[in-house]
Design a protein around this ligand. Sequence first.
Ligand code: IDP
Ligand code: MG
Length: 160
Amino acid sequence: FLPHLIASLEQVDQTYIMVKPDGVQRGLVGEIISRFEKKGFKLTGLKLFQCSKELAEEHYKDLKQKSFFPKLIDYITSGPVVCMAWEGVGVVASARKLIGATDPLQAEPGTIRGDLAVQTGRNVVHGSDSPENGKREIALWFKEGEVCEWTPVQAPWLRE
Ligand code: IDP
Ligand code: MG
């Protein structure tokens, strides 16, 4: 009883994961989804989407002052992206670890960027950097009704 109570008190977070246009063009969508799926997180939102300049600028608003900002916006709007919402205890920090360092040459082998990319400006995937930004970004990229609440059958085999 007590372990169940403690487990139910653990916070379930959401993160926004996005396969960037280079990942889509290079045929890495399935590979990237697989990393999160196999880990045991729950997919709650998924779509292929061509984003506007306005949405890209809002998503990356904290980087507005950076010299690379215009190039970043061109990159993110250069083709369709795959938008995903993933849910789980500790999902935000864990997804950042699965993704690896911003510069793919510094990213550890075994991470998505470490295995699949060579340059910061083409680093194939985005992941939210905090639970607050996870919520903010999911609300930004998904409309109401596009995120699904469901219980995977494997739930009791993933967490005691
Ligand atoms: P993150 O994606 O690992 O969280 P951020 O610092 O939030 O990294 O930067 C957002 C994105 O902006 C990066 O993933 C990358 O695509 C791009 N970016 C960051 N720094 C540079 C840079 O120095 N040159 C070019 N693009 C950059
Ligand atoms: Mg970031």
